[in-house]
Design a binder for this molecule. Structure first.
Ligand code: PLP
Length: 345
């Protein structure tokens, strides 16, 4: 077990502050008359504030993800925990986060909104972690390292042994964003929560679970870290409709698994079909529900596809991704439309 001295890493003002105490925090349990929260008494049925700690939903998440309830924070998408982590551990105007390039853009945006500097270390040419450079970039201002695996927009998983080395060598917080873990053969790092007190794993219902519209993100970490994030989140950060729908979705795991199987089969077919197209110069390996490809002129291919009503993600301007397009695996019909449009170019 790697110990993590949380008091040495949480922002001093956050360590010292008292959190807001809502009506639903102060009285817990069952009562027959609720006159404590200035709610409208008529059942609409959404007249009551939701459970600020989402315990019913967390019980189900705990079962599905094999993580203890008090090691779970639920948020308005994973974007909320990303922001909470930065605000909990980084002092504005002073501290920094460290990210790998290219990766998901929200880490930098959340940092900059909070006046936190975003240090970047480039991945190697095969999109793996440059460990010596990453370790050399760590200084006293770096409080959080963000690792996305499988990585967006490259699609590949980062070497597990490198992630363990970072967890071992860095004393601060290491966030592993597993938004795409369900599409990968690798297991979640959440099984290592007991080994690393400085680990936070992020997952989401937005990708494999097919529920980007309801906004539910999950952070898994030690109860001490979760308690700090709970202290600074909005009291009712996950609304009642989302809590109910998320529970329904998580109770129907077989539907997700069926769709996951279909998407993985379609990913293989799409890779094979793209491989037959002379226009596609390189297909990067993927453990996610998208494929990064390199073409001769990404801007031109993007524009032609768009004029056919087919939108992919143009990553041409992203570090190490010149002339690359990121293509989400769609239904067989959608992918056939893409392939047809590519073939006639
Ligand atoms: C899509 C994605 C997410 C999900 O964000 P939500 O706010 O949960 O929808 C998180 N991280 C990465 C890397 C993603 O690509």
């Amino acid at each position: 077990m790697k110990r993590f001295d949380i008091n040495g890493w949480v922002r001093p003002n956050i360590l010292a502050m008292e959190p807001y105490s809502s009506a639903r925090d102060e009285f817990k349990g069952e009562a027959s008359v609720y006159l404590d929260a200035n709610e409208n008494p008529y059942n609409t049925p959404y007249n009551r504030y939701p459970d600020p700690m989402q315990w019913k939903l967390k019980e189900r998440v705990a079962e599905v993800k094999s993580v203890p309830k008090d090691s779970i924070l639920l948020g308005n998408g994973s974007d909320e925990p990303i922001d909470l982590i930065i605000r909990a551990f980084c002092v504005p105007g002073k501290d920094s986060i460290l990210t790998l390039e290219p990766t998901y853009g929200m880490y930098q945006v959340a940092a900059e909104v909070n006046d936190i500097y975003c240090k970047k270390v480039k991945l190697t040419a095969d999109f793996q972690i440059n460990l010596p450079e990453l370790l050399a970039a760590i200084d006293a201002t770096v409080k959080v390292i963000f690792i996305c695996s499988p990585n967006n927009p490259t699609g590949n998983s980062l070497k597990r042994s490198d992630i363990y080395k970072i967890l071992d060598s860095f004393e601060g917080i290491v966030v592993v964003d597993e938004a795409y873990i369900d599409f990968s053969a690798d297991s979640s790092l959440s099984k290592n929560l007991n080994d690393y007190g400085n680990l936070i794993v992020l997952q989401t219902l937005s990708k494999a679970w097919g529920a980007a519209g309801i906004r539910l993100g999950m952070a898994f970490a030690s109860p001490e870290i979760i308690a700090v994030l709970n202290k600074i989140k909005y009291p009712y950060n996950v609304n009642q409709l989302t809590q109910e729908k998320a529970l329904e979705i998580l109770n129907n795991q077989s539907k997700m698994e069926e769709q996951l199987k279909a998407i993985l089969e379609e990913r293989t077919r799409l890779q094979q079909e793209l491989n037959n197209l002379p226009l596609i110069m390189k297909i990067y390996p993927t453990d996610a529900n998208f494929i990064l490809v390199r073409v001769d002129d990404a801007n031109a291919v993007y524009a032609k596809l768009a004029s056919d009503g087919i939108i992919v993600r143009n990553r041409n301007k992203v570090t190490l991704c010149a002339n690359c397009l990121r293509i989400t695996v769609g239904t067989p019909e959608e992918d056939d439309a893409l392939l047809k449009a590519l073939r006639k170019m």
